[in-house]
Design a protein around this ligand. Structure first.
Ligand code: SF4
Ligand code: FES
Length: 236
């Protein structure tokens, strides 16, 4: 039997199997740690930093850190909330996220986190970058203006032969997601839909299928992001 470790998150006593990643361990204990680049079932990458927590007084990413016995974790403090809010604001100013006209509105994790962290107007200047839209795949559109470079598509999406379809291309500030020209044209409808679902924002969109869930019935219309985790166990 796997060893059980005990730790605290914001003073709440928690238990989990040793070596469980902190985000999952917190979830099992009814505590939500926000994420953007993390995705269940694929190896964590630690690139967005939204899951930053303080562990024994030191800032670390919860998605890449396994829990160990006696850990003291701070998740919801004014300092950490301010850091996460700043990271989210930077995502908004660094890209072109037109939420009211985006097909992922209401199911977009970036938008949902902005609501959760009560972001109104980012305090940083908008960069308004000019990035390409790739419509070479018959089933999928990639809008680089909305991409947050989380690599979820690279890590999670393969074709039926296990070949990766997405990859980083270009370098530095020009880095972007490229779709393999051949495999992108051969995408099945299921893989195209999975890519759209895996993407936490509206950067990957199935063609000719926008706005199919009415406003009011979308994933985050009724319940804020994370509330599904928090309702498992009440700590109040
Ligand atoms: S296209 Fe979507 S899933 Fe892929 S890196 Fe950009 S934001 Fe992440
Ligand atoms: S979710 Fe941990 S760094 Fe992105």
């Amino acid at each position: 039997m796997n060893q059980i470790v005990r730790f605290t998150i914001d003073g709440i006593e928690c238990m989990a199997e040793k070596n469980t990643y902190m985000i999952e361990a917190a979830r099992e204990n009814g505590i939500y740690i926000p994420t953007l680049c993390n995705y269940p079932g694929i190896k964590p990458k630690g690139s967005c930093r939204v899951c930053s927590v303080k562990i024994n007084g030191r800032m670390m990413t919860a998605c890449t850190t396994p829990v160990t016995d006696g850990m003291v974790i701070e998740n919801h403090t004014p300092e950490i909330d301010a850091l996460r809010k700043a990271i989210l604001e930077l995502f908004f100013v660094e890209g072109n996220h037109f939420c009211p006209s985006c097909e992922k509105g209401g199911i977009c994790e970036l938008q949902a986190l902005a609501y959760r962290y009560k972001i109104m107007v980012p305090r940083y200047p908008f960069a308004f970058p000019q990035r390409d839209v790739d419509a070479t795949s018959p089933l999928l559109i990639k809008d680089q203006n909305r991409c947050i470079l989380c690599k979820r598509c690279i890590r999670a999406i393969t074709d039926e032969k296990g070949r990766t379809i997405f990859a980083y291309k270009k370098r530095g500030s020009r880095v972007e997601i490229g779709i393999d020209p051949k495999l992108g044209k051969e995408l099945t409808p299921e893989t195209a839909q999975k890519a759209m679902d895996v993407c936490p924002v509206g950067a990957l969109l199935v063609r000719e299928k926008g706005f199919d869930i009415p406003i009011g019935e979308r994933k985050y219309d009724k319940m804020p992001i994370g509330s599904d985790v928090e309702k498992i166990i009440s700590h109040t």
